[in-house]
Design a protein around this ligand. Structure first.
Ligand SMILES: Nc1ncnc2c1ncn2[C@@H]1O[C@H](COS(=O)(=O)NC(=O)[C@@H](N)CS)[C@@H](O)[C@H]1O
Length: 439
């Protein structure tokens, strides 16, 4: 992509309304633009990151055996009356009337709707277990949206819902999502710690939040420092191994870790002082087991092996991809701007032409862009008529993992400069050796 043809509205100044670094950098790097309180447009550079985060989330949901569908954003009120949550949900619910005066709503979550879809199709325990998920925009009329896409009113959520014959089955479904979450956040370059959590409006009696440690996190957390070194389950994890997954979950829940709402000071004191970690964190995922809370009132039941009908046991599992983009910046930035993990960077390479208009340099950049794209890399080619300092600043701000710096002097020696954004490490490379070096 040539920057001269792209749409990247970089801001020169730091917007005063942005209180945390990720909000400031997402605005300055031309990734998002606020259209209303807590409601954002995802501009091209930000959308590329959001889509790459979604791809990792989707891959790990699929690996665990979850099946993707897509439910609408607009839901009917009567569906929520069946579960009794319509009135209970409160002011966060955006309630709408359609042209026929029917009561509708912009979905804040989908437990009722997925239960309706399930009960319309499944009658027998032979069709269990199931985990159905979607990645869809939600609306929650937060009284005080802030911190950009970290706490917005319209936001993207992956929400998965599991259906099992009994609690034991539901526990395994919970464990599969628990392990899928550990893998997901690790692939996004984040260290997420599962913490016992409250169940709130979703309900149930078993819940974990996945928290990444960050100075600007809204959550206050307390945990055993040992969690920072526990290995994340590998790509070969057997998601059908009930005992194996339970062992992984036990390993990740055997030590102390809790958000302030669930904090047990006495238990925390029992952790050796040197091992205690009190920090602020960002909730990037939240999983719940809530049994028959929705299946009972909504009549989602199956005939068991004994021929008896019974309501299915359910759980729901959420991740916030639009919050994750901000959280990844909180976890990876420096004074020059964003530092993207390779897995979610909007482009792999920033190609900087230090003398745009010079035929030799232009030709060399054209060849380098073609070589790198041929090798499967994505390139943002800064071909603008702009001084080198401005190009370096833009490349550092938008945080692409690699910068390839091309100037007439270097070319005369058959070299270009390669800079690794995260470390600042520089090396000189022959242009035709770049693809092999970066692949
Ligand atoms: N206002 C918000 N802005 C951005 N992300 C949010 C917001 N509210 C929630 N999220 C993200 O969505 C995830 C799941 O939200 S939740 O309320 O905890 N869980 C649910 O809604 C359940 N239905 C899970 S399927 C959170 O962990 C967080 O990452």
């Amino acid at each position: 992509m040539r920057l001269s043809r792209y749409f990247l509205p970089i801001l020169r100044e730091t917007p005063k309304e942005a209180e945390i670094v990720s909000h400031r950098l997402m605005l300055r790097a031309g990734m998002i633009r606020q259209e209303a309180a807590g409601i954002y447009a995802w501009l091209p550079l930000g959308l590329r990151v959001l889509n790459r985060v979604v791809e990792v989330v989707r891959a790990e949901q699929d690996r665990s055996g979850a099946i993707e569908l897509l439910m609408p954003t607009i839901q009917s009120a009567e569906l929520w009356r069946e579960s009794g949550r319509y009135d209970a949900y409160g002011k966060e619910m955006l309630r709408i009337r359609d042209r026929h005066e029917r009561e509708m709503l912009f979905g804040p979550t989908n437990e009722e709707m997925i239960t309706e879809i399930f009960r319309s199709a499944v009658r027998s325990y032979k069709d269990l277990p199931k985990n159905l998920y979607h990645i869809q925009w939600k609306f929650r009329d937060e009284v005080r949206p802030r911190f950009g896409t970290m706490r917005s009113r319209e936001f993207l959520m992956k929400d998965a819902y599991s259906f099992d014959l009994d609690q034991a089955g539901a526990r395994h479904a919970y464990n599969k999502m628990f392990v899928a979450y550990l893998r997901t956040f690790a692939r996004l370059g984040l260290k997420a710690i599962p913490m016992r959590a409250e169940t709130g409006p979703i309900g149930g009696d078993l819940s974990h939040e996945f928290i990444i440690l960050a100075q600007t996190g809204e959550s206050e957390v307390f945990c055993d420092r040992a969690y920072l070194d526990v290995p994340v389950p590998g790509a070969g994890t057997d998601f059908d191994d009930v005992a194996g997954l339970q062992a992984v979950v036990d390993q990740w829940t055997s030590r102390y870790a809790a958000t302030s709402e669930m904090h047990d000071a006495a238990a925390y004191e029992a952790v050796p002082e040197a091992e205690r970690l009190a920090a602020r964190g960002i909730e990037v995922g939240h999983i719940f087991y809530f049994g028959t809370k929705y299946s009972e009132p909504m009549g989602a039941k199956v005939t068991g092996p004994d021929g008896q009908e019974r309501p299915v046991h359910m759980g729901s599992y959420g991740i916030g991809p639009s919050r994750l983009v901000a959280a990844i910046i909180e976890a990876g930035h420096d004074e020059a701007g964003i530092v993207w993990p390779d897995a979610v960077a909007p482009f792999d390479v920033a190609l900087l032409n230090l003398k745009a208009g010079d035929s030799g340099t232009d030709a060399a950049c054209g060849r380098i862009q073609a070589d790198l794209e041929q090798a499967g890399l994505t390139v943002l080619y800064d071909d603008r008529d702009e001084r080198p300092g401005g190009k370096f600043a833009t490349a550092d701000l938008i945080g692409l993992p690699w910068q390839v710096i091309v100037g007439p002097k270097g070319l005369a020696e058959g070299k270009v400069e390669l800079k690794r954004r995260a470390t600042g490490a520089r090396e000189t490379v022959a242009p035709d050796a770049l693809a092999a070096r970066l692949r």
